[in-house]
Design a protein around this ligand. Sequence first.
Ligand SMILES: *Cc1c(COP(=O)(O)O)cnc(C)c1O
Length: 404
Amino acid sequence: MPAATRTDPLSFLSDQLNDLKSKGTHFRLRVLDDEQAPVCTFDGKKVINLASNNYLGLTTHPRLREAALDATRKYGVGSGAVRTIAGTMKIHMELEEKIARFKNVEACVVFQSGFTANAGTVSAILGKEDFIISDQLNHASIIDGARLSRAKILVFEHKNIADAEAKLASVKDQPGRKLLITDGVFSMDGDIGAIPALCDLAEKYGAVTMVDDAHASGVLGRNGRGTIDHFNVHGRVDIQVGTLSKAIGALGGYVCGTRELIDFLYQRARPFLFSTSHPPSVAATCIAAFEVLEQEPERIDKLWENTRFFKKELGLLGFDIGGRNTPASETPITPIIIGDGKLTMDFSRELFQEGVFATGIAYPTVPEGKARIRTIMTATHTKEELEQALEVLENVGRRMAILG
Ligand SMILES: *Cc1c(COP(=O)(O)O)cnc(C)c1O
């Protein structure tokens, strides 16, 4: 049959796209022309980049580049198979050992991404008789993992310990296992999970604890060891997830815990079993990144210095940076709450035109009425760049009546 006479069976998607367009929340991908850096070129325009998770500037660190090139020369560009068949290279094992030592745990398994680490782990360890008690603002990969596990999902109000306890208490006499799970740092608000209190609850109710430290890896704790180290709750969090895609600068995710947990995930986590492992260059890059975390702690100091400065100045300008109807940020992620989705997207677009790239985030990524611009500090922004960004934010904020 000639193609012209066939109606597109996917035409129903255009209604949904038009809906997004009419709400003003449809987006186009911004394309980076050069390196991921504090000042770089997106869509042909040079901007101050406040949108990147490259917290420590490691995406372009000379030592990481060299490690990637060296591994490529020695071992080629691909691993050739999934880990459980022929795709476990020595360098993959070295990376897992490196991370386990860094985090002071028995063992570690590396996944292709933080997303697959979460989704693969939650779905592997729980079944349909079990319960997952999950913070309302947990990352999508935790939610997807929970759904895949077919466990019953009990969502507690964000960081509300009394509500988390009520949820645990409601199922305490049921035979299923209970998993209490939280993000270490919440990616949309920049606040830190109530981890010590959740550990207390887990101990009281015999629940397993799991923390997703994607935005805390390389950011919080000694040398960037994450929230478990930040709160000194070593030994009280059974499953620690981290990412290699944000501060570490490359790509991947990992799970840390007991040797048994890791062995179980080797046997049962579906992304580990059914999706090819990292190219050797990625593993080598990540090994070098952990060495940099240990040897260049000044990067983390600089990240926090920039964070304190930028947050203080945003507040002084009069922006709503959380803490009114939204959680207050405690990390390099600082949201500027606007409320209306369309105004937020327009604000982001205007900022971009004026040379500042800060992503607009609206429903369904954040609740309706809580749309925001998200800003992220890095260690590599200079004071001058931050001052310039603040000036643009102020000017555009006034022009659009976001600031009074
Ligand atoms: C980014 C993120 C992930 C996913 O990590 P990737 O390595 O990018 O797949 C998981 N959890 C949280 C909280 C995140 O912010």
